[in-house]
Ligand binder design. Structure first.
Ligand SMILES: O=C(O)CCC(=O)C(=O)O
Ligand SMILES: [Fe+2]
Length: 355
């Protein structure tokens, strides 16, 4: 049975998409308005002297030993200094990516009753459609509808739209492969064996999740927020978007606009890589702002440890470098549950495991 999402005052909460479809909407409802301006920090485009790192995937997998070693070095620096990079020359074809984005758009375009089949309250449901982040807890609502699906170790898919299952099976297989190759390079960049992360994080039964976000045009974008500053659970997050910018990453005390670059994967270092590397690599704080011009869509693929893995700093890194652990271990499932059942705010979950 379709469940009903409740807003703070107990009334049914509409998706942002259906809210924006009412023709008279010229201002945003007060429940979406931030009283302390979320846009008051420094926002800038990337500096020419400190550009967003670019990693060439083809050199990592098919390069000469020298090219591969150089790429692994750059990869390590990107994880250390930005927690974020753009991946080019990867193996995901344009047609595969386009097909996937078309299906995500088709899902959000279904009738609300159809989408509401996945509108359950349990934050750990394998397929979950909703709005804002945690609508029953969010003090101010976010200008965003979402669909989250677990696709590994068990593959799930909504039945509609018709082409969704095939497109997502193909896209998820492709991104999983890229994720495992990148994690090999990242293990090596930490001075560990190439297979270290995949073994230690039990990636054969690792969690892969797809999270699709829809940010409809907003009549007062300066008062609203698509998704608040946060870092993600898991090891890596691959983001693609529909050609409309809105992602900002926090770097050296400033919010950096990430302009949409076709054919590249935006790769975000996530909390479990920070924990596992004992803080050498930092998960990136990021947020999404909205616009009054176009609907923005983004699609995230989370590559994460198996649910039963206790994620803690790699003993080998502590022993080799004589460093004390900076984080306590926590089971991935407990970490994810903690993040999903609270307000999304900065690195608040990571702070709980920091020593
Ligand atoms: O829409 C974006 O660019 C960011 C989405 C995001 O941070 C997430 O899904 O975790
Ligand atoms: Fe995120």
């Amino acid at each position: 049975m379709a469940s009903t999402r409740q807003s703070n005052d107990g009334t049914k909460l509409k998706s942002v998409k259906s809210l924006t479809e009412s023709p008279e909407l010229t201002s945003i409802p007060p429940s979406y308005t931030f009283t302390n301006n979320p846009h008051d920090e420094i926002v800038t485009d990337p500096d020419d002297d400190d550009p967003i790192p670019i990693i060439d995937y083809s050199l990592l997998v098919n390069g000469t030993p020298h090219q591969r070693a150089k790429t692994i070095h750059h990869l390590g620096k990107a994880c250390e200094q930005w927690g974020f990079f753009m991946l080019i020359n990867h193996t995901l074809s344009n047609s595969m990516v386009d097909k996937m984005m078309d299906q995500v758009f088709a899902f959000f375009s279904l009738k609300e009753e159809e989408k509401e089949k996945y509108g359950g309250k349990d934050v750990m449901e394998p397929i979950r459609y909703g709005t804002s982040f945690n609508a029953s807890l969010d003090k101010v609502l976010f200008w965003r509808d979402f669909l989250k699906i677990v696709v590994h170790p068990e593959f799930h898919s909504p039945d509609k739209p018709v082409g969704f299952r095939d497109a997502s099976a193909e896209y998820c297989r492709g991104t999983w492969k890229v994720g495992r190759e990148l994690l090999k390079g990242i293990s090596e960049s930490l001075g560990l064996e190439g297979s270290y992360i995949e073994k230690r994080m039990k990636l054969d039964s690792g969690l892969q999740m797809m999270a699709a976000n829809l940010y409809p045009p907003c009549p007062q974008p300066e008062l609203a927020m698509g998704i608040p500053p946060h870092s993600d659970h898991g090891l890596l997050n691959f983001l693609i978007q529909n050609g409309v910018s809105g992602l900002q990453v926090f770097h050296n005390g400033k919010w950096i606009n990430v302009t949409s670059t076709p054919n590249c994967l935006l790769v975000l270092v996530s909390d479990h890589l920070e924990v596992m590397s004992n803080g050498k690599y930092k998960s990136v704080l990021h947020r999404a702002v909205v616009s009054n011009k176009a609907t923005r869509m983004s699609l995230a693929i989370v590559i994460a440890p198996s649910f039963d893995t206790v994620v803690e700093p790699a003993k080998e890194l502590l022993e080799n470098h004589g460093n004390p652990p900076a984080y306590v271990g926590m089971k991935h499932k407990d970490y994810m549950q903690l993040q999903r059942s609270n307000e999304l705010y900065g690195k608040s979950v990571l702070d709980k495991v920091k020593i």
